[in-house]
Design a protein around this ligand. Sequence first.
Ligand code: HEM
Length: 316
Amino acid sequence: MNSNQNPFNGKFPQDVTKKPGENAIFIVYGLKESSETLDKVKDVCANFSALIRSMRNRYPDMKFSCTMGFGADAWKRLFPEQGTPKELETFKEIKGSKFIAVSTPGDILFHIRCTKMGLCHEFASIIDEKLRGVVYSIDETHGFRYRDGRAIIGFVDGTENPGVDANPYHFGVISDDAPEFVGGSYVFVQKYIHDMVAWNALPVEEQEKVIGRHKYDDVELSDEEKPKNAHNAVTNIGDDLKIIRDNMPWANTSKGEYGTYFIAYASTFTTTRQMLENMFIGNPVGNTDHLLDFSTPLTGTLFFVPSYDLLNKLGD
Ligand code: HEM
């Protein structure tokens, strides 16, 4: 994007509209109270774009990208003079009568994507070394592209993302906030685990009614075929309210653990939250997402992803 043309006051967003890619590492850190914490985090902010440039320069065909986001507590603690983006707050858990979208801690998120997992690892190691002593790991999940971009439950994931006939920047990047937050994004993560035994016991036609699409060719069920509690029925809240999903499957096969790392970038967190409320509480109340009968979130954390311009400033 050319800085003279972009609609975000010339700010450069991080890679919040990129495709999920082949491999990903998701790291959620907590911050330690230490006299070095601020300096080390600022150093990563100041050098973040240069570190990414170096990876892309060394491996131009590897589709390398990384985004960095801050949780509400960390943001206020580290950068009190900055003010807070409108919708940045600690995620409030969503409790329906049957399902709960839990809220779990997280100060800094790194979402590293690359064709080669080894390069994701290399970048994660560089960041980890820079932050050594001032952070502790809350979660690290390694995600992989499964077959033709399918969730581990066997359905193609990401089809309705804005891309072909809708502008992903419009839905993924903040344009309506104080000037320094324009060009940023809200990213929400949830690490889900699936009950694959129960899921695999469902006939394919029943699975298709859970997702709202055909399994083999990803074609959407007709309105007559699609139940009200299908996943794509409850999460579709209109063409004006979309998010950018970059989910990846994860698995520990020998332990029988299979999951989805849900990650969504949005220009307004209320959009993501509305979808979550529809899933976990139901709209109307009780019409909860049938996918939740097979999927449980282990985490749930909201982060703000500043533009590159703001990241550089934070690093000063
Ligand atoms: C258990 C974890 C999840 C899995 C395995 C999953 C999988 C899928 C699949 C297979 C589709 C259909 C293809 C597509 O359009 O992408 C889909 C659609 C969608 N999902 Fe999810 N999803 C999960 C969680 C979520 C959550 C937590 C949200 C929102 C907060 C969400 C929002 C959406 C939206 C907006 C669509 C498109 C609906 C439409 O057709 O307009 N998903 N998901």
